[in-house]
Design a protein around this ligand. Structure first.
Ligand code: DP6
Length: 325
């Protein structure tokens, strides 16, 4: 028998960040984290489990993958094969939908789509929370892409994998948007995986991180309940700055910021002075994401056009949970 499915999953941007693992094998995080799923960026993945296939294969954006890239997804599918006691080879075909200038290819949407498609193809009937436990073990942030709107990924207890799942906390079906400022990625790239590990090992500021996240999470949940975009923005911006401060204080020091990132941050601060509810967050790369009301996002985009090319400014509304395509 053959088992096939094709699913689309959207990326997510953390407003209270995940930065550090307590268990690297199981992708168990040091803290819980909270994100907004985005409409504009997604991955579509088709899986075919078929006994007539010789071995696993993986095609990404039309390119046949081998070596590490194939091993990563093959090992990920092994989690399903192990738990559901089957050994069928799988053919995986994946496409990232991100703007051409991006550098925003996302492991979050990728592993969420692969986990959702595997669940669907194999007819496992797992709940989104259960699927998020699988997605997490491909990339931590992927756990949150099983949900639309605002999602909370629970850190869980001890080494209990099942206790570290994500869930939706609000559909974000109100006046909120994100404007992604695409900054040309420079030469050196440190993955978030390496970056968080190096930070935990060498940054004296990391000791402060877990308690700061705990405070930010509870304040953020209140701000979301109140639909208070200024509170959401203030907490998210401060949380991102604290995370980046742990990296700057690591030894040897590193940062994902580039000159254009600093320019974007400064412009957002100026827009705030001018009366806009605009706030920024940044992840393990140079791009800057502006949090603002949807009703202000076009005016904010216009203002940023003085410094950034049109195709480097991408407006996104909140996005949905994975769905079949
Ligand atoms: C800065 O989920 O990419 O974007 O679990 O090692 O795959 P791995 O890391 P990943 O880390 C994301 C880090 C972040 C913050 C966040 O998304 O919460």
């Amino acid at each position: 028998d053959k088992y096939q499915a094709r699913m689309r999953a959207h990326t997510n941007i953390a407003l209270v960040k995940y930065w550090g693992k307590r268990n690297k094998n199981l992708f168990l995080p040091v803290t819980s984290s909270l994100s907004l799923t985005l409409d504009a960026f997604y991955t579509e993945t088709e899986v075919l489990f078929d006994p007539s296939l010789k071995e696993d294969s993986f095609t990404l954006d039309g390119q046949v993958q081998t070596g590490q890239s194939l091993a990563k997804v093959s090992n990920f599918v092994d989690l399903f094969r192990r738990d559901f006691n089957m050994s069928l080879p799988v053919q995986i075909t994946s496409r990232n939908h991100v703007p051409t200038a991006a550098g925003l290819a996302s492991s979050a949407s990728a592993f969420a789509a692969l986990a959702a498609a595997s669940n669907q193809a194999l007819g496992l009937g797992l709940s989104p929370e259960e699927v998020s436990v699988y997605a997490r073990q491909g990339s931590g942030s992927a756990s949150r892409s099983l949900f639309g709107g605002f999602a909370l990924w629970h850190k869980g207890q001890g080494d209990d994998s099942a206790s570290s799942y994500a869930q939706q906390i609000d559909p974000a079906d109100w006046d909120i948007a994100m404007l992604v400022v695409l900054v040309n990625p420079g030469p050196k790239k440190i993955s978030s995986r390496q970056g968080m590990e190096h930070t935990m090992q060498s940054s004296p500021f990391y000791a402060l991180w877990p308690e700061e996240v705990a405070k930010d999470l509870s304040a953020m949940e209140d701000a979301i309940k109140d639909r208070n975009i200024d509170q959401i923005g203030i907490i998210a911006e401060h949380n991102a700055m604290k995370m980046h401060a742990t990296m700057i204080a690591s030894n040897p020091s590193f940062t994902y910021w580039q000159a254009q990132s600093l320019l974007a941050m400064e412009r957002v601060r100026q827009l705030r002075q001018a009366g806009y509810s605009a706030y920024f967050t940044m992840d393990a790369g140079p791009n800057v994401k502006v949090i603002c009301p949807y009703s202000q996002v076009e005016a904010i985009r216009q203002a940023l056009l003085d410094d950034f090319a049109e195709d480097h400014l991408v407006i996104s509304r909140p996005g949905p949970a994975p769905y079949a395509v």
